[in-house]
Ligand binder design. Structure first.
Ligand code: UD1
Ligand code: CA
Length: 454
């Protein structure tokens, strides 16, 4: 028996029922394209290759996969015209025909499938030594799926697509989940025998097991128990429903395994890629996206959104703040209504208050910018106070320039810092001053333009 494993992922279709300009497998679940959830599950099975079959918006689908995964086992096959799932598999003939591989077929629009489930199907396939094994599930509402017909002794008989099914066949609740094992040596011969004489005029992959039976080969059924794993995305209602399932699973894991409190789990949105520390409290309407890390004992107030950021421990982020691509150190306070972006960095114990924006700016240990301030391309030392209404004028219409502010500085309210400019340690600026030249250590400057004052 062979141990070679190659996985095909069907991802060439348009997804007409989505009513979208975007190929279906590029629609996002938990912020990532559907196809990438399936590729991730495929790679977890440690296959020799993963072949993504692309067609509709082929270049975009390839780019989406390659952006997230840099893995030499991933390859692509092009299905020129979308003539059905059987025709899609035919486009991989040159790659695998004549090999002794076990070919696993996954569906690009069924993203919640768990590797363990596929692994069990492969085990059964290899133990039983069948030509094909299909994965079935019993659903309360089987409508839309292909139905699995069994013979009198309970063995596999055939798969009937919804559109080809009689009223009696439609009553069958066991469905074809769209995951299969095939022996490569038999698959491509059977693919060559498919006909498109059916309700959709397509070459159905689902007819292959029936062809095997007719030629005297055996077909196994692996019945999975969890119906949520095999739910497909064919329309936007199903996409929303999977998003909800995915989110519930993530939040449950964070509550039970990480010790995170959710004031209202139903209104929080947390990416599965995020990591949250013990005793952190997430209030209602909070969104945490991407590879965000939050430490222990943080409080994230209502309406906050955090994207791809690293937040330390004992941080409070107050209402309606937006933090993206930034770092917030231990014990910092942010907001309400603050905006951190472009690799902003707040060092331990610093504070940013209401209507303050930090862009590509480092705010030193214990420093504060409490009200109505824009700090861009700036480096600010320790224990410095930035007065209300301060602005770093970092853009001259063509280029961005840097502002450097030292330790223990007092920037007066409504100061304009015209970059490039440096303010030395212990210096002060008067209220309303426009600083156009460097300020020396311990110097006080006032006025427009600002001049030193003894
Ligand atoms: C398919 C199955 C059905 C099963 C269901 C499970 C067939 C004929 N039917 O139906 O039995 O219950 O999945 O979710 O296989 N695709 C291509 N090229 C094509 C057509 C489709 O790559 O020419 C891809 C699509 O991008 C998609 C997948 O195949 O990822 C399934 O296609 P879809 O049209 O959604 O099939 P279903 O009607 O859901
Ligand atoms: Ca589908």
């Amino acid at each position: 028996m062979t141990n070679r494993l190659d996985i095909l992922i069907l991802a060439a279709g348009l997804g007409t029922r989505m009513r979208s300009n975007l190929a279906k497998v590029l629609h996002k679940l938990d912020g990532r394209p559907l196809i990438n959830h399936v590729v991730e599950a495929a790679l977890a099975l440690e296959p020799d290759t993963v072949c993504v079959i692309v067609g509709h918006q082929a270049e975009d689908v390839k780019a989406a996969v390659s952006d997230e995964f840099r893995d030499e086992r991933i390859c692509f096959a092009l299905q020129e015209k979308q003539l059905g799932t059987g025709d899609a598999v035919a486009s991989t003939r040159e790659l695998y025909d004549g090999t002794d591989s076990t070919i696993v077929v996954l569906t690009g629009d069924v993203p919640l499938i768990k590797p363990e489930t596929i692994r069990s199907m492969i085990e059964q396939h290899r133990v039983q030594g069948t030509a094909a094994t299909i994965l079935s599930v019993r659903l309360n509402d089987p409508s839309g799926y292909g139905r699995v017909m069994r013979d009198r002794s309970g063995g596999f008989a055939r798969i009937v697509e919804q559109k080809d099914a009689s009223d009696d066949e439609k009553k069958v609740s066991e469905i074809n989940a769209g995951f299969y094992c095939f022996s490569a040596s038999k698959l491509y011969t059977a693919i060559g025998q498919l006909s498109s004489d059916n309700a959709q005029g397509e070459y159905y992959l689902t007819d292959v097991p029936g062809i095997f039976l007719r030629q005297g080969d055996s077909v196994g059924i692996f019945t999975a128990s969890d119906p949520t794993e095999v739910e497909g995305v064919n329309d936007r209602r199903q996409l929303a429903s999977l998003e909800r399932v995915f989110r519930e699973q993530t939040i449950e894991r964070l509550m039970l395994e990480s010790g995170v409190t959710f004031i209202d789990p139903s209104s929080a949105y947390i990416s599965a890629k995020a990591a949250l520390g013990r005793d952190t409290i997430i209030c209602q309407d909070v969104t945490i996206e991407g590879n965000t890390v939050l430490g222990e004992g943080c409080t994230i107030r209502p309406g906050v959104r955090i994207v791809n950021s690293t937040i330390g421990s004992y941080v409070e982020i107050k209402d309606n703040s937006f933090v993206t691509d930034s770092i917030v150190g231990d014990g910092c306070t942010v907001g309400p209504m603050a905006h951190l972006r472009g690799h902003a960095e707040m060092i331990e114990g610093s504070k940013v208050g209401n209507f303050v924006e930090l862009k590509k700016t480092r705010l030193g240990r214990g420093s504060k910018a409490s009200h109505l301030t824009y700090l861009g391309d700036a480096t600010i030392g320790e224990k410095t106070n930035i007065g209300a209404g301060t602005i770093t004028c970092n853009y001259d219409g063509k280029n961005k320039h840097a502002t450097v502010i030292g330790d223990g500085v007092k920037i007066g309210s409504d100061t304009m810092l015209v970059a490039p400019v440096t303010v030395g340690d212990g210096a002060s600026t008067g209220a309303g001053s426009v600083v156009t030249k460097d300020v020396l250590d311990n110097e006080l400057v006032v006025g427009v333009p600002a001049r030193p004052k003894r």
